[in-house]
Write a protein that binds this ligand. Sequence first.
Ligand SMILES: Nc1ncnc2c1ncn2[C@@H]1O[C@H](COP(=O)(O)OP(=O)(O)OP(=O)(O)O)[C@@H](O)[C@H]1O
Length: 255
Amino acid sequence: MKLSLDGVTLSYASVTVLHGISMEFCEPGVVGIIGPNGAGKSTLLRCINNVLTPKSGRICLDEQKTYDMDAAEIARNFGYVPQEFPITFQATVFDTVLMGRRPFSSWRVSRNDVEIAAGAVKMLNLEQVALRYHSELSGGQQQRVMIARALAQNSRVLLLDEPTSKLDIRHQLEVMDIIRALVDKRGLLSILVIHDLNLASRYADKLIMLKDGKIYAAGDPVSVLTQKNIRAVYGVEAAVVLEDNLPHIIPKRPV
Ligand SMILES: Nc1ncnc2c1ncn2[C@@H]1O[C@H](COP(=O)(O)OP(=O)(O)OP(=O)(O)O)[C@@H](O)[C@H]1O
């Protein structure tokens, strides 16, 4: 599998928020997109997923332009969990997860679809609430439901916008472990936006650090999460301590 972005530039009205982003992923792995508020992280995910159309540049999956893919093809290739997920319809947790199978099924749900959805519900530890309505769940449970729905899609690329933002520390680790295990077992590429630099350091194979809509640094956590980069990109003085050969960030003060 090869996902490539070549000179992706995106504007909202006359304001350009992504400036010629180029990157290429040729192997499975966890890629963390980090950077301060407004740097363009969510916009970048939405371009990859074809929700937004870049003004220039192109995005290809295995040499096919995502721009040329129809909605079902996008959904079969890219699972996407946005930052916010207002669900306006009444559906149980199980039915919501089952909706992840839609790009693969006709109007009829197969036994295989049900089994895959049930597996995703179990994986995200949602069995206890499987028959509850989405509106009856806590924010963290809703977040896990949306991740389960994306997993049920069985897509090759999993795009997650702040997947741990509403989770307590135990569930943060559980969800990141699940993503890690899926990436390793199924050979997926997972690109996730993440604010927690320590989680990013622990789980990502590669980090892309954005600043003002441009790539400021890219590489493994040790090369990206340096005191110098954190100061330049976040305007924060931080101590960086190596623990198990991974950078551990201790923020000190704004500069
Ligand atoms: N629909 C929109 N219309 C106009 N401007 C937008 C829109 N969505 C985002 N922006 C602007 O684009 C820039 C990048 O936003 P984006 O949401 O991609 O940043 P981000 O890095 O994900 O931020 P955060 O960490 O706060 O979620 C910001 O300046 C934001 O105000």
